[in-house]
Design a protein around this ligand. Structure first.
Ligand code: SF4
Length: 699
């Protein structure tokens, strides 16, 4: 009788995790003794009502008892709960003191791709107007930087997918380059499975066999770090077999001749040697992709999180352009973004080099437009700052002495993670906004409680570039405020109230619409009302009467001359990558598991998810394990030049013999990012997470 449900409430929301942004509902049932919760999927055009294991259990972290529910201040080394007034006063005193003694640029802001568009927009404005610092960047720099830069350079703009997700089942050939969608964005998988049922040929590129490579007709199991050479080799075959679209190349692109001259000089036996992909497989992949009438290429962190990640993306885009498979039905490109708002959060100004609407912070007209929208003098708008990891180098040099971290965990997610941790310790003042006592929050002077996906309304732009409205009306727990309110209150404490006088997320969005108007990521035609009715709109959407843009580049690209730019990147990059040698004889590559998200701070709070993967592990081929005297499920020390970690071994024939794999969701002695070098891609400043050289030893 006690179990009988006496009342039920339903709260709409969207999943806080990956870029699919599945619509969901939290169902709260009350009986005599307690409240019970479950999450179910809600129908919509993208996820079609599906949820993966992470989404189904998302409420477990949002409702967790360890949520930070009031401001905390470090006093004599201990965190003490304080009032909002006291926390804000402390922040004001310290920020003003740093500005006076060390200068405005001594303050810095570290943002996130998990926050809403409104919050990402406001954070950029907060840094430049309230703090007047040039140093703002975000964790997307470590995630989508190469795809964004590659697309911007090639097409003149960067939107996740050039086509809608609904076109995937109708394409004839798909290349999945370094993407493990089955574990990272599981609810997108049915689109690829439908494509396969319709006869599509799927080619996967990955050093490991994964749940995703299992659906492939052909798996190119290349050596880590050889994606540029692989793409160049594939293009060579297509050119030699005359599988390119000469009319498209002439009418719609520039740069082909230079690319062709280079790839024509490549010896494919060399390519096979460099990449470790058998010659016949190279021929097969290139021939099928070139011959089919339509095709799509999807890239993700596997090829992007490298110091030549931009080059790798651009080489795969060369293939699309040379074969004319873009701007047409069922043909195009997709950068499979990882984080929930990986797309929107990179469009509205929390990047070091960017202003809202994908405007450039160095462009005088763009600066003037945004200065006018914000009501400030253009001369007061700071210039370009440095990228995420480079901010910590500036801390180390004493140039940055204060930091504001919003919903991010940089001590765990950055390369050379020990260095970043030590840099945080050197700060004079650190403020962290978070749901939980993360590894980064532990070093804070003040922690402010963040709002969760259940409580925080706002727009999120999904993997396709579809702007969606996350309805969220669950009551804020304790003294928690909305994240946008936190920014407004700090700005107000610093005397900037008139620039941050908003009463709702929708009011911020109304300003974002105007700020983005005429920019590349133009949201002007999108309103909350439309989003409610239309269930999402693909940008650009410049007027209220337009439906949004389902397919990009149908007759021109976004560069001034309307053409896409093909570019030559040789097989051997100028900057040498880590590569196995006598001291560190194995490749290390990193990635995700289905039950965890980013640094695991949220998913480890969910008992159902934590139980699936309790700790990190090292995947190793049985023959390699034997060479090093390793057995299954024993502790192993993995060392690189930058540090060491200790994890358990997991023997698997699905990985290359010269490579080990460790997922990156854990902290401390299991944080694989401690082993990653601090080299950065010269174009996008992406660290080389996917290729390290290590040695392994049983303990
Ligand atoms: Fe959907 Fe991604 Fe959430 Fe899974 S993690 S429910 S695929 S949004």
């Amino acid at each position: 009788k006690q179990q009988e449900v006496q009342s039920e409430k339903i709260y709409d929301s969207q999943c806080p995790y990956c870029s699919m942004q599945c619509k969901m509902q939290l169902i709260e049932q009350t009986n005599v003794t307690r409240k019970m919760y479950k999450t179910v999927g809600k129908d919509n055009p993208t996820s079609e009502g599906r949820l993966c294991i992470k989404g189904m259990n998302a409420h477990q972290h949002a409702l967790h008892r360890d949520r930070i529910k009031q401001p905390l201040m470090k006093i004599d080394g201990e965190f003490v709960a304080v009032s909002w007034d006291r926390a804000l006063e402390k922040i004001k005193e310290n920020f003003l003191e740093i500005q006076q003694t060390d200068g405005h640029d001594a303050l810095s802001v570290y943002g996130s791709a998990s926050i809403t568009n409104e919050e990402a927009y406001l954070l950029g404005k907060f840094a430049r107007v309230a703090l007047r610092t040039k140093h703002i960047d975000y964790n997307g720099r470590l995630c989508m930087g190469a795809a964004a830069t590659g697309a911007n350079q090639t097409f003149g703009m960067d939107r996740g997918f050039t086509n809608t997700i609904q076109e995937i089942p109708h394409t004839r050939c798909i290349i999945l380059a370094g993407t493990n969608i089955a574990e990272c964005q599981p609810t997108i998988m049915p689109y690829f499975e439908r494509a396969k049922e319709n006869g599509c040929y799927i080619i996967a590129i990955d050093p490991r066999e994964t749940a995703t490579t299992k659906i492939a007709d052909l798996h190119l199991k290349n050596k880590p770090g050889t994606d540029v050479a692989l793409a160049n080799g594939l293009l060579k075959v297509m050119i030699e077999k005359n599988l390119i679209d000469q009319d498209f190349i002439e009418a719609r692109t520039t740069g082909f001749e230079e690319v062709m001259n280079y790839v024509s000089s490549i010896d494919l036996e060399d390519t096979s040697e460099i990449t470790g992909v058998p010659f016949e497989q190279l021929m097969q992949a290139a021939t099928v992709f070139g011959q089919e009438e339509s095709g799509m290429i999807f890239t993700a962190r596997g090829i992007e999180q490298q110091i030549d990640g931009t080059a790798a993306v651009r080489c795969f885009l060369n293939i699309l352009l040379a074969t004319g498979k873009i701007g047409k039905p069922n043909s195009g490109y997709g950068a499979v973004t990882g984080q929930g708002n990986g797309q929107g959060a990179r469009e509205h100004g929390q990047k070091a080099d960017q202003l809202p609407g994908y405007r450039s912070i160095e462009n005088p007209e763009h600066r003037q437009y945004i200065a006018d929208v914000w009501g400030i003098n253009e001369k007061d708008l700071p210039r370009k700052g440095v990228s995420a990891y480079e901010m910590f180098e500036k801390v180390n040099h004493g140039e940055i002495t204060g930091m504001f971290v919003m919903c991010s965990n940089p001590t765990v997610s950055n390369p050379n993670a020990n260095f970043v941790k030590n840099a945080l310790k050197q700060l004079k003042f650190l403020v962290v906004v978070d749901l939980f006592m993360s590894d980064t929050a532990k070093y804070a002077d003040v922690i402010l409680p963040a709002s969760s996906y259940l409580e925080d309304e706002g727009t999120m732009t999904n993997v396709e570039g579809r702007v969606t409205l996350r309805e969220a009306s669950f009551p804020l727990p304790g003294q928690v405020k909305h994240d946008w309110q936190i920014l407004c209150e700090i700005a107000s404490a610093l005397g900037k109230n008139k620039f941050f006088n908003y009463q709702s997320a929708e009011e911020i969005f109304e300003e974002l619409r105007i700020a983005s108007r005429g920019g590349i990521a133009d949201y002007y035609g999108i309103t909350y009302e439309r989003l409610r009715k239309e269930q999402g709109i693909l940008w650009p959407c410049p007027t209220l009467n337009e439906p949004g843009t389902d397919r990009l580049f149908t007759d021109h690209f976004a560069h001034e001359d309307g053409k896409a730019k093909m570019a030559l990147f040789p097989n051997h990059s100028e900057e040498p990558k880590p590569k196995p040698d006598r001291d560190y004889p194995l490749f290390l590559t990193t990635g995700r598991v289905m039950s965890h998200y980013l640094t695991g701070e949220q998913t480890r709070k969910s008992p159902s998810l934590a139980a699936r993967n309790v700790e990190a592990f090292m995947e190793v081929h049985p023959q390699t394990a034997n060479d090093y005297g390793l057995k299954e499920d024993v502790l192993v020390k993995i060392e690189s030049k930058y540090g060491h970690i200790i994890v358990r071994s997991k023997l698997s024939e699905t990985i290359r013999k010269d490579t080990v794999f460790v997922p990156f969701h854990w902290t401390d002695s299991q944080n694989v990012n401690r082993l990653v070098a601090n080299q950065l891609d010269p174009y996008c400043r992406m660290p080389g997470f996917k290729v390290s050289a290590v040695r392994i030893n049983p303990i």
